[in-house]
Ligand binder design. Structure first.
Ligand SMILES: C[C@](O)(CO)[C@H](O)COP(=O)(O)OP(=O)(O)OC[C@H]1O[C@@H](n2ccc(N)nc2=O)[C@H](O)[C@@H]1O
Ligand SMILES: Nc1ncnc2c1ncn2[C@@H]1O[C@H](COP(=O)(O)OP(=O)(O)OP(=O)(O)O)[C@@H](O)[C@H]1O
Length: 297
């Protein structure tokens, strides 16, 4: 048997770091939403008990370091399942980009294997397992739009943004999330996002309010390391995006745009400065993956 799962990317509408914890992680408060730029994960039964990985990208590990492999391994350990599986990753999300590509592959692997192996685990249980793989995995298990606290694993669903376009520009280099957090000085943060105001704007469907309240405390840190990120943000603003921000730890910069024609114009303008430019939609409602039949059967 074989199942296929969509693994969508996320963007951060806000990201605030409250303090550094004793376990070395940062206590976060952030609003994330899923966008229509996805990897596809195929999971197939195979003879034997190996986890075999194939992927279309030369940029991600092909072994047990791959987050999809780790998800399958963890699920087998916790359920006592010993079946073999072939995981094929069709990669479209840029790697080390701040778009949670690896986390989403892991989350899709958990959802897909739950179906393939008829485990009957709930999304809550899969998200809890996912937290052991990475801070973004629980959000990716649920998808939609959510306020994330703690390390990123304490989730409260909030209203999704009204339909709009997201223009993404990914600079050539990737960014190490660990390095960015290491360079962050929480006691020196000058401007923090207003998370409450963002949630209010989302609940009211206030597109202009959402654009106004975009904010990410990691943006300045990554921009110091990679000035190209600042230049891209400025370009995106000049080309007329309604709101512009770096996603996660970067380096991808995204712009919200209300009309397709303007999104296309911005994409064309940016192509002169950046090779990886996309225009995608926000994935509408909360838990859109339920429509994909990815919930427990
Ligand atoms: C920046 C974000 O993408 C925002 O959504 C996430 O916080 C990062 O999520 P992720 O890539 O799943 O991160 P993890 O693999 O859990 O952590 C990578 C590294 O980032 C740092 N890290 C991550 C999450 C967090 N709340 N505090 C941290 O300080 C830690 O140094 C950790 O070693
Ligand atoms: N399936 C995978 N897809 C992408 N990267 C993976 C995968 N498995 C492991 N990795 C490793 O994880 C690192 C981070 O990649 P990823 O694309 O998830 O970054 P990211 O978008 O910045 O994630 P986040 O926003 O969650 O911090 C890469 O350096 C890559 O080697």
């Amino acid at each position: 048997m074989e199942v296929s799962e969509k693994a969508p990317a996320k963007i951060n509408l806000t990201l605030d770091a409250l303090h550094k914890r004793e376990d070395g992680y940062h206590e976060l408060e952030m609003v994330m939403t899923t966008i229509d730029l996805s990897d596809r994960i195929e999971l197939a039964d195979i003879d034997g008990d190996d986890i075999v990985l194939e992927n279309s990208s030369g940029l991600i590990p092909q072994d047990e370091r791959n987050l999809a492999y780790r998800a399958a391994d963890l699920l087998r350990q916790r359920t006592g399942i010993t079946r073999g599986v072939k995981i094929t990753i069709h990669k479209r999300i840029p790697v080390a980009a701040g778009l949670a590509g690896g986390s989403s592959d892991a989350a899709a692997t958990l959802r897909g294997l739950n179906r393939l192996w008829r485990l009957g685990l709930s999304l809550e249980e899969l998200a809890e397992l996912g937290a052991e793989i990475g801070s973004d995995v629980p959000f990716c298990v649920w998808s939609g739009t959510a306020l994330a606290k703690g390390r990123g694993e304490i989730l409260t669903p909030v209203a999704s943004p009204p339909p709009c376009w997201v223009v993404l520009a990914k600079p050539r280099h990737g960014v190490s999330t660990a390095e960015v957090f290491q360079a962050l000085r929480v006691d020196r943060i000058e401007r923090r996002p207003n998370t409450e105001a963002m949630i209010r704007a989302l609940e009211q469907g206030d597109y202009r309010g959402i654009c106004r309240h975009l904010g990410n405390v990691l943006e300045e840190v990554t921009m110091q390391m990679y000035p190209e990120v600042r230049r891209l943000k400025e370009k995106m603003q000049q080309f007329g995006a309604d709101g512009v921000l770096m996603s996660g730890s970067g380096p991808t910069v995204f712009g919200l745009v209300d009309r397709e024609s303007r999104a296309r114009r911005i994409v064309n303008g940016l192509r002169g400065f950046c090779r990886q430019v996309y225009a995608v939609r926000i994935l509408g409602s909360n838990r859109p993956l339920l429509l994909d039949k990815s919930r427990t059967i």
